[in-house]
Design a protein around this ligand. Structure first.
Ligand code: NAD
Length: 436
């Protein structure tokens, strides 16, 4: 009881040291928020180049300014690859990746490796919170036995919570502070500590009864998106056959003040979350003999979208007596969504590869990505083409894949010979614009 009260008091008085493990899209904003309210924060990562960059006050994420890192460093923020410093922290928040493996099954290796590196340095009176998106049961079945392996008892010596992140990179309307945060504890005492940990930095913390409920909450949110995007992608195909613009229809439907949430079709799903997270549940549900049919169906529809767009490019070129093979095609936007520089799972890359394999001469333009980045599975030796009237008119086809606000849409419309629009940016029809 003493231990619990001491930790809660330390957290509430901001005297606790907060360790953020995994300094990426999720960990970095969280680190900034804890620094901002006055906590001492230590950042842990295995990537030495990220640690060095942060120590030098430099950001490596476009929407996080270096100035913010500099002021965190001035307030005492330190980053390190030395996990023996874990014992200095009172709270450890895990924000490491949870991808799928090549069989599209959960790859928990980052979470488990991280936990294994923490375990030797854990001590009584700490709280460990997992934020990575994952299937229900991960905290109980995977973290708990590892954390207790050296004799600490969760709920008594050490506190264990799961609290999913809800970051929406690039969205200026929400910040870490203003996005409500769900939290579940392994025991009631764990939850109490979790609420104190997050209550100081987040306006509204929403308690749930277990870590499993919190894990499934995050998956429900992302599955809801994946399924609804699958639905509008299918509606787009139907509307197109009927010669109706789906974007006009969605905008009209969205004027209904209740019972309708607009989702927008596109060239396929991208990002680290929506194409991946639903399959964490699909995998886990098999253990219970349940098939997640909505998830599978949405996955099928969404993953067929790049081919749908390619077919539109082929028929658009065909109208001007050209083939994909040998055509010069400029892809606009290679990030997975607008106004960010994140390429993970970007459908644009799939489109570029498919077009290249069909014999097109591919270029791209993206104001957020001046050079095509080094990626594990994709390779293009390209840099972003500046959008000038001369450049635009030199291509047989311009494919709008990601509709960044920084693009000058009038300039594109006025100078491109042929536009294939997969984002509904051009509502008014024109002879040289094909909706995809
Ligand atoms: N990006 C988002 O918008 C978003 C939103 C909500 C939830 N999430 C979830 O949050 C989690 C993290 O995602 P992200 O986008 O921040 O990933 P990221 O790849 O940007 O960052 C992860 C960081 O963890 C580090 N790392 C990897 N293994 C490590 C280890 N063993 N020890 C310490 N550090 C290690 C990496 O070097 C990297 O810096 C994922 O589960 C993701 O699904 C992401």
């Amino acid at each position: 009881m003493m231990r619990l009260n001491n930790l809660i008091i330390k957290l509430k008085e901001k005297k606790a040291i907060v360790g953020i493990v995994g300094l990426g899209y999720v960990g970095l904003p969280l680190m900034l928020r804890y620094c901002e309210v006055g906590y001492k924060v230590i950042g842990f990562d295995i990537d030495q180049s990220k640690v060095d960059s942060l120590q030098n006050g430099k950001s490596y994420i476009e929407h996080i300014p270096s100035q913010a890192i500099e002021s965190a460093v001035a307030k005492g923020f330190e980053s390190t690859t030395d996990f023996s410093r874990v014992s200095e922290a009172d709270a450890l928040i895990l924000c490491v990746p949870t991808p799928l493996n090549k069989y599209r099954e959960p790859d928990l290796s980052f979470v488990l490796d991280t936990t294994d590196s923490l375990v030797p340095y854990l001590r009584p009176g700490q709280v460990v919170s997992l934020e990575s998106t994952t299937y229900p049961g991960t905290t109980d079945e995977e973290l708990l036995p590892r954390i207790e392996s050296l004799g600490l008892k969760a709920g008594k010596d050490i506190y264990l919570v799961y609290s999913p992140e809800r970051e929406d990179p690039g969205n200026p309307n929400f910040s870490t502070r203003t996005i409500p945060k769900v939290c579940g504890g392994h025991t009631p005492a764990c939850l109490e500590v979790g609420l104190s940990l997050y209550g100081q930095v987040i306006d509204k913390v929403v308690p749930v009864s277990s870590t499993r409920a919190a894990e499934l909450t995050k998956l429900l949110e992302n599955i809801h998106r994946a399924v609804n995007i699958g639905l509008v992608n299918e509606m787009k195909i139907v509307a197109d056959k009927m010669d109706i613009d789906i974007h006009e229809v969605i905008r009209a439907a969205a004027t209904k003040p209740f019972g309708f949430v607009p989702y927008y079709p596109g060239p396929g799903l991208g990002g680290h979350c929506i194409p991946i997270d639903p399959f964490y549940l699909t995998w886990k549900a098999r253990e219970y003999g349940v098939h997640t049919r909505f998830i599978e169906l949405a996955g099928e529809v969404n993953s067929s979208m790049p081919d749908y767009v390619i077919a539109k490019v082929a028929s658009a070129l065909n109208l001007v007596k050209k083939a994909i093979n040998g055509s010069r095609i400029l892809v606009l936007g290679i990030a997975y969504k607008k106004n960010v520089d994140d390429m993970r799972e970007s459908p644009s890359v799939m489109l570029m590869e498919k077009l290249r394999d069909l014999g097109a001469d591919i270029s791209y333009s993206d104001p957020h990505l001046p050079a095509f980045p080094v990626m594990r599975e994709h390779h293009f030796e390209l840099s972003s083409v500046p959008l000038t009237p001369e450049n635009l008119s030199a291509y047989d086809c311009v494919l709008l894949a990601t509709d960044h606000d920084k693009f000058n849409y009038e300039l594109i419309k006025a100078n491109a010979k042929l536009i294939v629009d997969s984002r509904g940016r051009y509502l008014a029809s024109a002879d040289h614009i094909v909706k995809a």
